[in-house]
Design a protein around this ligand. Structure first.
Ligand SMILES: [Fe+2]
Ligand SMILES: [Fe+2]
Length: 258
């Protein structure tokens, strides 16, 4: 008599979408491809890692101040993010989508701080209600099976930045992290890793690239070294919190789903 082996617990599939930087004038077909990819791969969770919308109308809030004329464009900038979510929902139906706030969405909160009359206007957690299952504020972490998801990890002084050409941000993050982390912000694809003294499992920090269309070159990227990677990252997390990673470039998505 053969005894049936218990089926192993399947991994939890998380599809991570990097900075989409939705702005007026962009093509939105990448969200249709994303919806089709979701239908095909059936992830358990989808994580939008932040900078979903660029909120260029509030670009002055990276400094301080702002103009009344620009403020009129704020609802449109925010609405474009809802339009993209709607395209995904039209293609894939309702899916567990987790929204992680990036520095570009955080501009809205600085806008509120600067002008009390604006408080609560263009609250993305409200505007995107019906499309998203959770909203993680800037600097915080969404945890799925012991793996952290955040836009950009913070140290004591602020968001972790690379130091010149020698240290990758991912490597820096892995050194500071207590658990493995997936993050966006720098628009590059990279993996840092480190092993804590006395621990068995290494800690990984995965920089997931971005979801910006290749023909689109945002104003703030001019004259910068551009080694951005465009696509999505699937992470399959095992019950012991180890994981497998696979990537799908935007270029390949277009071939598969257009
Ligand atoms: Fe970004
Ligand atoms: Fe960012």
């Amino acid at each position: 008599m053969t005894r049936k082996k218990k089926a192993p617990e399947p991994p939890v599939k998380v599809l991570v979408v990097g900075d989409a930087h939705i702005e007026p004038g962009q093509r939105f077909d990448r969200f249709r491809w994303l919806g089709r990819h979701i239908v095909e791969t059936k992830p358990d969770h989808i994580v939008l890692i932040g900078d979903w919308v660029s909120m260029n109308s509030l670009s002055s809030f990276d400094k301080k101040g702002g103009t009344q004329l620009e403020n009129m464009r704020v609802p449109l900038d925010a609405e474009l993010g809802r339009v993209a979510l709607n395209i995904i929902q039209e293609e894939a139906g309702r899916w567990p989508i987790h929204f992680v706030e990036g520095n570009h969405e955080y501009r809205i909160k600085r806008w509120w701080e600067n002008d009390a009359q604006m408080e609560g206007l263009c609250d993305l957690a409200d505007m995107y209600d019906g499309y998203i299952d959770s909203y993680t504020t800037y600097g915080d972490y969404l945890w799925i099976n012991e793996i952290g998801f955040t836009h950009i990890p913070f140290n004591k002084v602020g968001p972790i930045a690379s130091s010149g050409f020698t240290t990758s941000i991912a490597q820096k993050v892995s050194i500071l992290a207590g658990k493995s982390i997936f993050f966006g912000h720098s628009h590059i694809l990279d993996i840092g890793r480190q092993r804590r003294l006395g621990s068995v499992e290494p800690i990984y920090a995965v920089n997931v690239g971005c979801f910006i269309p290749p023909e689109f070159d945002p104003a703030y990227s001019h004259n910068r070294l551009n080694d951005w990677w465009r696509g999505v990252v699937m992470v399959e997390i095992m019950p012991d919190a180890t994981f497998d990673i696979s990537t799908l470039s935007l270029k390949r998505m277009e071939q598969l789903y257009e």
